[in-house]
Ligand binder design. Structure first.
Ligand code: GLA
Length: 375
C-alpha cells in the first residue's frame, strides 16, 4: 500500500483513552458522516490502545476485550466498511503497549495475520516497552515485513515519537507515516512545541511516508483524555493550518458528539484540506520573515503551479509581518508576480513590490494559495 496523500480520519485516544467500546466507535463514525467530515476526506476510524484483553488466547493471538467489543473486531470492521470508512487499530513494537496490554514483539506475523483477518486497514504501531538491545529500525522492519506479507493492504503508522532519529530510518521499514514528536496535549504550549520541533525534519516527510505531527486537539476545548486547558479558536485554527500546510496526516481527536460549528468550520475548510492533500507532496520550505522570530512561516509548491504560503504568529503579542517573496523564486524582473488568495477570509490581492507587510494579531494565521500571474 502506498499512501499517496496524508491519511485523514479520527482516533479514539485524545478524548477517550481507555474508555472505548463498539457502540462509541460506531457512534463516532455516524457523527463523522452526519457532520460532513467524512465527505471532507476524514475516512479512517482508528481505535487506539486499550481494546484488548491483557492475555493472548491459547493460540497466542490477541483477543478483544469482550466487555468493550462483544461482537469482536471483525464486526466493527464490517460495520465501518459498510459506512464507507477504513478501519484502524493499534499495536506496539514492545512486549506491552503503552497502557500495559500485550505488545507484538516476537508475535509480529501472528498479529499481522489477525489484523488482516479482522479486516483492518491501518495499524498504529507504538514504541513502549521495547528492548533496549534491538534498535527501533529492526523492530519496525519486523512489523513492516509482516504487514507486507499478511495478504491485506494495511497502512503502517509508526509511533516512535521521533526518538532514535526516526526520520532517518523509518521510510525503509515500510511505514506510511511516522510520529515525529512526543504526545500532543490540548494546550497551546504542547502545540507550539510540536511546531517548533519541525524545522530540522522538514526534508523527511512526503509521499508514501508522512511526518505525523500527532492527532489534532482541535475542538477538544480542554475535555477528555489529553484535554487540559484547551486552546482558543485562533489557536485551534493556527494548529490545523500548520498541520495541513506541513503535510501531516490529519486525525481528529475531539468528541464528535459535542463538536461545535467553530470547530467544524476549521476542520472542513476545503481549500486548506486541498493544500494538505496536494498530489505533489512537495517538501516544505521554512521561510524567513524579517525581524519577527515569533512568526513561523512555511511554503510548499503545489502540483498545479500555485504556491501555498502560511504565516503564523505564535506569540500572544501583535507582530509586524514583513516578507519578501524573492525567497520563493518570485522576481518582478521576470514579468510575473502573484495573486494571493487567503483561504480563511477569501480575500484576494495582487502582490506589490514582491512583499507583504501586515500587522498580525496574537495567534493570527495567514494562509494563502498564490497563483502566478502577469505583472
Ligand atoms: C503513546 C502514543 C499515544 C497513544 C498512547 C496509548 O503515548 O504516543 O498516541 O497511542 O501511547 O497508550
Amino acid at each position: 500500500m502506498i499512501a499517496k496523500k496524508p491519511p485523514m480520519g479520527w482516533n479514539s485516544w485524545n478524548t477517550f483513552g481507555r474508555d472505548i467500546n463498539e457502540q462509541l466507535i460506531l457512534d463516532m463514525a455516524r457523527k463523522i458522516s452526519e457532520t460532513g467530515l467524512q465527505s471532507a476526506g476524514y475516512n479512517y476510524i482508528v481505535i487506539d490502545d486499550c481494546w484488548s484483553l491483557k492475555q493472548r488466547d491459547k493460540n497466542g493471538r490477541l483477543q478483544p476485550d469482550p466487555e468493550k467489543f462483544p461482537n469482536g473486531m471483525k464486526a466493527v470492521a464490517d460495520a465501518l466498511h459498510e459506512m464507507g470508512f477504513k478501519f484502524g487499530m493499534y499495536g506496539c513494537a514492545g512486549t506491552l503497549t503503552c497502557d500495559g496490554y500485550p505488545g507484538s514483539f516476537d508475535h509480529e506475523y501472528v498479529d499481522a495475520a489477525t489484523f488482516a483477518e479482522w479486516g483492518v486497514d491501518f495499524l498504529k504501531y507504538d514504541y513502549c516497552f521495547h528492548s533496549n538491545l534491538i534498535h527501533g529500525r529492526y523492530l519496525y522492519r519486523r512489523m513492516g515485513l509482516a504487514l507486507k506479507n499478511c495478504g491485506r493492504d494495511i497502512l503502517f503508522s509508526a509511533c516512535t515519537w521521533g526518538n532514535d532519529d526516526t526520520a532517518k530510518w523509518i521510510r525503509e521499514t515500510g511505514a506510511n507515516m511516522w510520529r515525529s514528536t512526543p504526545d500532543v496535549f490540548d494546550t497551546w504550549e504542547s502545540v507550539k512545541k510540536i511546531i517548533d520541533a519541525q524545522s530540522n525534519i522538514l526534508p523527511y516527510g512526503g509521499a508514501g511516508c508522512f511526518n505525523d505531527m500527532d492527532m489534532m486537539v482541535v475542538g477538544m476545548r480542554g475535555k477528555g483524555n489529553v484535554g487540559l486547558e484547551g486552546l482558543n479558536d485562533d489557536q485551534y485554527l493556527l494548529h490545523f493550518s500548520v498541520w495541513a500546510l506541513l503535510g501531516s496526516p490529519l486525525f481528529i481527536g475531539c468528541d464528535l458528539r459535542e463538536i461545535d460549528d467553530a470547530t467544524l468550520n476549521i476542520l472542513k475548510n476545503k481549500e486548506v484540506i486541498a493544500i494538505n492533500q496536494d498530489a505533489g507532496c512537495r517538501q516544505v520550505m521554512e521561510l524567513h520573515p524579517l525581524w519577527a522570530p515569533q512568526i513561523k512561516a512555511y511554503a510548499r509548491y503545489l502540483e498545479n503551479g500555485d504556491i501555498a504560503v502560511g504565516f503564523f504568529n505564535l506569540s500572544e503579542k501583535e507582530q509586524l509581518l514583513r516578507y519578501e517573496f524573492e525567497e520563493l523564486g518570485v522576481q518582478e524582473s521576470t514579468g510575473k508576480t502573484l495573486m494571493l488568495h487567503d483561504v480563511w477570509s477569501g480575500e484576494e490581492f495582487r502582490l506589490e513590490n514582491c512583499s507583504v507587510w501586515r500587522n498580525m494579531k496574537p495567534y493570527e494565521t495567514l494562509l494563502f494559495r498564490c497563483r502566478v500571474i502577469d505583472k
